[in-house]
Design a protein around this ligand. Structure first.
Ligand SMILES: C[S@@+](CC[C@H](N)C(=O)[O-])C[C@H]1O[C@@H](n2cnc3c(N)ncnc32)[C@H](O)[C@@H]1O
Length: 305
């Protein structure tokens, strides 16, 4: 019996203190005074929603995710803490859908929040058109991402290379051992999911250009250093959604096991205990649609006036 569990949702990492605190700090920079209706896009188990509701109780959140399992956990979590309200009147509703095809009316939201997921959507134009459509003019999009060009501070790449090298050789030797015992090996079926890093990671500057092209005005950008621990990497490795992309083509259980088992030896090999990673944070405001809304100015979308 392997001690390594593969998790179908992002839950283990989303509950790590480092993840929660970096998101809490990001959310602290959002001006929520004129914000009532919020869309937590690719909401997972609802970590961002929870932090938002902790900052401002009087908001109404819609959580959308493609994963039914994540939404089930989110629903359980929020039922326990009462986000649905004592009377059952929802301040929170959860919908299963893809972030780039939203079953939502135009201009419904004051804010769209995307916690560490914008990089997962392959077609950024399609995604931003949808976000733009469901935001009211003057509303804002806030996202962070730990997958962008510049995310690895100098000197930290060696850990990531070592981790991938060790994870691959873990699978290869497990495969050999199984075959030696006359058992089925570990088949690799290429082309079942997109390979790791198969789409371009924009830099912070490129994100700004893309957003401006889509009619957003940048209000805030930041690169937050998150010091990642052994436990952080192990819980990321436990997330099947990550494992199946990073070691694409291998059965997700084997990929996830290999990633979890090789964090500690990889850290030791490069003589590091923790690995800093930069997280890009962006808050961008949907510009007023002149002619439709008049020429008034809109509220600033960051907490920093
Ligand atoms: C890294 S997790 C982040 C979850 C959550 N935002 C958080 O911060 O805890 C990425 C989430 O994106 C969801 N996801 C992936 N592709 C999606 C898509 N096309 N539409 C909606 N959600 C998607 C996954 O199911 C997963 O819950």
């Amino acid at each position: 019996m392997t001690p390594y569990k593969v998790n179908i949702t992002y839950e283990p990492f989303a509950l790590e203190p480092e993840y929660i605190e970096s998101n809490r700090a990001f959310i602290a920079n959002m001006a929520l005074d004129k914000t009532q209706m919020v869309l937590d896009l690719a909401c997972g188990i609802g970590t961002m929603t929870d932090l938002l509701l902790n900052r401002k109780k009087e908001i109404t959140v819609t959580g959308i995710d493609i994963s039914k399992e994540s939404l089930t956990i989110a629903k359980d979590n929020f039922s326990k803490v009462g986000a649905f309200g004592a009377t059952g009147s929802a301040v929170l509703s959860l919908i299963q859908a893809s972030a780039d095809c939203l079953p939502v009316a135009n201009r419904r939201f004051d804010a769209v929040i995307m916690g560490n997921s914008i990089h997962l959507l392959p077609d950024k134009d399609r995604l931003l058109n949808e976000i733009n459509r469901v935001l009211r003019p003057g509303g804002f999009l806030a996202f962070n991402s730990s997958f962008y060009a510049g995310t690895m501070p100098k000197g930290t790449e060696k850990f990531h290379h070592e981790w991938m090298k060790q994870a691959m050789s873990y699978i290869v030797s497990k495969d050999l051992n199984l075959r030696k015992q006359g058992r089925a090996g570990i088949p690799r079926k290429r082309g079942t999911v997109p390979g790791a890093f198969s789409h371009h990671w924009p830099s912070g500057k490129e994100w700004q250009n893309i957003l401006e092209h889509h009619g957003f005005a940048i209000r805030y950008t930041n690169e937050r250093t998150v010091v990642m621990t052994q436990s952080n990497f192990e819980t990321i490795g436990a997330y099947g959604g990550f494992a199946k992309i990073i070691l694409s083509g291998y059965p997700v259980e084997d990929a996830s096991e290999a990633l979890q088992a090789t964090v500690a030896p990889s850290l030791a090999a490069v003589n590091m205990k923790t690995v800093p990673r930069l997280w890009l944070e962006v808050i961008a405001e949907k510009k007023i649609e002149y002619g439709k809304m008049g020429s008034g100015t809109s509220a600033d979308s960051t907490g920093k006036q």
